[in-house]
Write a protein that binds this ligand. Structure first.
Ligand code: SF4
Length: 367
């Protein structure tokens, strides 16, 4: 795996910067402002995306802010330029989902991923702009999805891994009815400066406990555990070298104003005296395909690729991780060519260790 691919597997779009919630761990800098994406931005992105989608599976992920805060009419206008082969996804806090939104999702074939951190008492960081708990509103949205028979994924943020939490979360999400679950250990990035360093034992034990809970009743696709098991299986079969893509997926994020930031949506909207605004171009000026063809020339991207090579040379987990995320390096280390971060310890190194610990603890005596 060397350098950036010129064709991504998906594009992240920001229909509005606004979010109707004010979660304590949020990284977004402009979430109180409603800066909406004009339709010509979507038209410009669709010109490249429709060609890519004609050649194979391709997704557009509507992220935010809170994407549903853009309103149904505006979101429909932004979806309109994309061809029928394009898969649409929304990452939403679910608080605005009602019957009308469910009809919209069904009509446009939009797949929904809901952010919820587990049972009510685990959602203390999720509050409205008035500072009130958002949990009941989140659950009302989930209930609407279930009423309409719409499948959904869930994404949970874990701020403090502790014994018992993984089992509690897994059982909660089994009841909630999601078919895919992703777990993010809270990250220090963007405007969230809360410390994300944890005791290594606690994080490893959290992941090991999550594998045990999943193996009891493996009804949900558990994103992190499935990645780890795929990697462990490939190592045993001697095929792990083929798991990483030949080139890094650039994962372009198209901001509300058409600016394109590759590799890490979390960098969009920030500026730095050394790196400028992190963008590699604007789709209102240059076609997205052309921006991506030249993205490696963006100064910070070159520095990041040097960091990936440093990881390859120094980290035994590189084959699993592939070199980590640009935003975590920048917000934790202040530059892109460093290697290990608290994020990669929490979400790659201790994840793999936890899965292996579970396997060691449960291997048969004859093995
Ligand atoms: S685990 Fe961390 S240090 Fe290792 S390859 Fe990934 S980002 Fe680099």
């Amino acid at each position: 795996m060397r350098g950036l691919a010129t064709v991504p597997s998906y594009v992240v779009m920001q229909p509005t910067t606004l979010c109707n919630l004010d979660c304590a761990y949020c990284y977004l800098p402009f979430r109180a402002a409603d800066r909406r994406m004009p339709v010509p931005v979507a038209e410009a992105v669709a010109a490249s995306v429709n060609r890519w989608a004609a050649a194979g599976r391709f997704s557009v992920v509507w992220h935010g802010g809170e994407p549903l805060a853009a309103g149904r009419e505006h979101l429909a206008a932004l979806l309109a330029p994309f061809g029928p082969e394009v898969e649409h996804h929304v990452q939403t806090n679910a608080t605005l989902i009602d019957d009308a939104w469910c009809a919209f999702f069904a009509e446009h074939g939009v797949r929904v991923s809901v952010s919820v951190d587990g049972p009510r008492e685990r959602n203390g960081d999720r509050v409205t702009r008035a500072g009130r708990p958002a949990y009941d509103r989140i659950l009302r949205g989930v209930a609407a999805l279930r009423r309409h028979g719409l499948p959904f994924s869930a994404l949970a943020v874990v701020s403090y891994p502790e014994p018992g939490l993984a089992t509690e979360l897994y059982d909660y999400f089994l009841d909630l009815g999601c078919d895919v679950l992703g777990i993010n250990i809270e990250e220090t990035e963007g405007v969230n400066t809360r410390d994300n360093s944890h005791d290594a034992r606690a994080v490893t034990a959290f992941w090991a406990e999550l594998v045990a809970a999943w193996r009891r009743e493996p009804r949900i696709h558990l994103r992190e555990v499935e990645w780890s098991l795929r990697y462990a299986g490939a190592v045993l079969e001697g095929t792990a070298d083929g798991l990483l893509p030949r080139r890094l997926d650039p994962i372009p994020t198209v901001g509300h104003d058409g600016s394109v930031t590759v590799l890490s949506p979390e960098l969009a909207g920030f500026t730095d005296v050394r790196y400028g605004d992190f963008s590699s171009g604007n789709v209102l000026v240059t076609p997205l395909a052309e921006i991506l063809a030249g993205a490696e020339r963006t100064p910070w991207v070159g520095e990041f690729l040097a960091g990936v090579e440093a990881c390859r040379a120094s980290c035994p987990y590189f084959g699993f991780c592939g070199g980590g995320h640009a935003a975590n390096r920048y917000f934790e280390l202040g530059r892109f060519d460093g290697t290990e971060t608290a994020h990669c310890r929490n979400s790659k190194i201790h994840l793999l260790e936890g899965v292996l610990e579970h396997a060691r603890d449960h291997q048969s005596p004859a093995a």
